[in-house]
Ligand binder design. Structure first.
Ligand code: FE2
Length: 439
């Protein structure tokens, strides 16, 4: 190894250690914010008890980094089954003989101490699993993804507010409500991003017809117009499965909204407040998003359209890591990482806009796309089939761009998230697109 390579490896180790520290700081904040009773309780059948998430984070870290990368003896072999997400659906998790809060905290600490030692000693090359610290990056993203899930559990939890944060920055003037994305090829996915997960790989060419896309997500004010126009009661705007779900679930407004006389209020992490009209709508399911788009004379973008709007640079023809370029996200670019406990008003973060002038693609709200979860051409499951492959072609729709509750380490221009089209507890909104004529 040359001295330059050694310096690069040292820097990579420092970056990993810092990302691991930041993830654990957040997990600790989310679990220390409530008492033990709250940690073991199930706040919704859709979610695990918070104490399950915490020990599961430690267990995945143990499996991949202590045992596989480090080749060390198990810390707690006996609990693997309890924290295997594929063995026990969320609804059943409270009845398992889980580690109690003190045991879970002790367990994740013990695993982390070993992992920091493994990080110091293991080469970050040679084996695909450790190449450019991939396995460590995968575990950082895993913990941050569970932190976002735990944040969603906090949103479902009843009771007084326990989380607090500064408000996000205000909107900046917006030159246009939609922009034309010219037709033609662009590169989707990635073969270069070191911590990209298997479903984002490899990079491949996609040729799209021209289309218009909204420069900002649909706001609460926009969405209210759909409600006021009777959008929830008119099957014309809904797909067949969307209408069936709307009837069965009695949908009439985004989740956490309530009528209060002649205005709407919402509950946000225990705070009841008037619905802010200028904020992106959040907690709507795919079916609601699609119905709004149809009512508005538009449609949802496909995943490829979302990604081209986010990454394609018309000047060079290449695809960027993020809308603003290749730099990692900073607080000026996007509302990420639970820094604020709400989306920023539509039109915020002008420094984060794409070359075509599309804003808030990263952060604020996950954006529903009208695409199913499919592998890219040339897909190879890595490091295990259960990461993505078992979900392909299931009853899922795609979500892009991350939310205010997504950490910068767990989102990028290529990042793909998926969920059932009826889910509303996630921090998901949407923006609209429409076809354009070929010139
Ligand atoms: Fe997990």
């Amino acid at each position: 190894m040359t001295s330059t390579e050694r310096i690069q490896t040292d820097r990579l180790r420092e970056r990993v250690a810092e990302d691991l520290r930041r993830a654990r700081e957040r997990s600790t904040l989310l679990t220390d914010a409530v008492d033990d009773d709250d940690l073991v309780r199930q706040h919704s059948r859709l979610m695990s008890p918070l104490v399950w998430d915490l020990a599961h984070i430690g267990n995945q870290e143990e499996l991949w980094l202590v045992r596989d990368v480090g080749g060390r003896d198990p810390v707690r072999h006996d609990i693997d089954d309890l924290y295997d997400a594929f063995q026990h659906p969320r609804a059943d998790r409270p009845s398992l003989p889980l580690l109690n809060p003190a045991e879970a905290r002790g367990y994740v600490r013990e695993v982390r101490d070993k992992v920091l030692d493994v990080l110091e000693r293991s080469p970050l090359e040679g084996r695909p699993l450790v190449e450019r610290a991939f396995a460590f990056g995968m575990i950082v993203q895993h913990e941050q993804q569970h932190d976002e899930t735990m944040l969603a559990t906090h949103q479902l939890r009843k009771g007084a507010p326990v989380l607090h944060a500064e408000p996000p920055p205000p909107a900046a003037p917006l030159p246009a409500r939609e922009v034309l994305v010219p037709g033609g090829p662009f590169t989707m996915g990635t073969s270069a991003e070191p911590w990209a997960l298997d479903n984002e790989r490899p990079a491949f060419g996609v040729d799209l017809a021209p289309y218009w896309i909204d420069t900002v997500p649909v706001s609460n004010g926009d969405y209210l117009a759909f409600i006021d126009a009777g959008g929830y009661d008119d099957p014309r705007w809904w797909s067949e499965s969307g209408w069936a779900h709307r009837m069965k679930a009695s949908l009439s407004a985004p989740r956490f909204w309530e009528r209060d006389g002649d205005r709407w209020v919402r509950t946000r992490f225990g705070v009841v407040e008037p619905v802010p009209l200028d904020e992106p709508v959040v907690h709507v399911c795919f079916h609601e998003a699609a119905a709004y788009a149809k009512w508005a004379g538009k449609r949802l973008p496909t995943e490829a359209e979302w990604e081209k709007a986010a990454r394609w640079d018309p000047a060079s023809g290449r695809s960027r890591r993020y809308p603003w370029g290749d730099d990692d996200p900073g607080p000026q670019h996007a509302n990420l990482g639970q820094r604020h406990l709400r989306p920023a008003p539509v039109g915020a973060y002008p420094a984060g806009e794409s070359p075509l002038g599309v804003r808030q693609l990263i952060g604020d709200v996950w954006e529903w796309c009208d695409s199913d979860f499919l592998p890219y051409p040339g897909f190879r499951a890595f490091p295990y089939k259960e990461y993505s492959e078992v979900f392909f072609r299931g009853d899922y729709k795609m979500l892009r761009g991350g939310s205010f509750g997504t950490d910068a380490a767990a989102v990028r221009g290529t990042f793909r998230n998926w969920d059932h089209p009826i889910r509303r507890q996630i921090f998901a909104g949407f923006r609209c697109a429409r076809d354009a004529e070929r010139p």
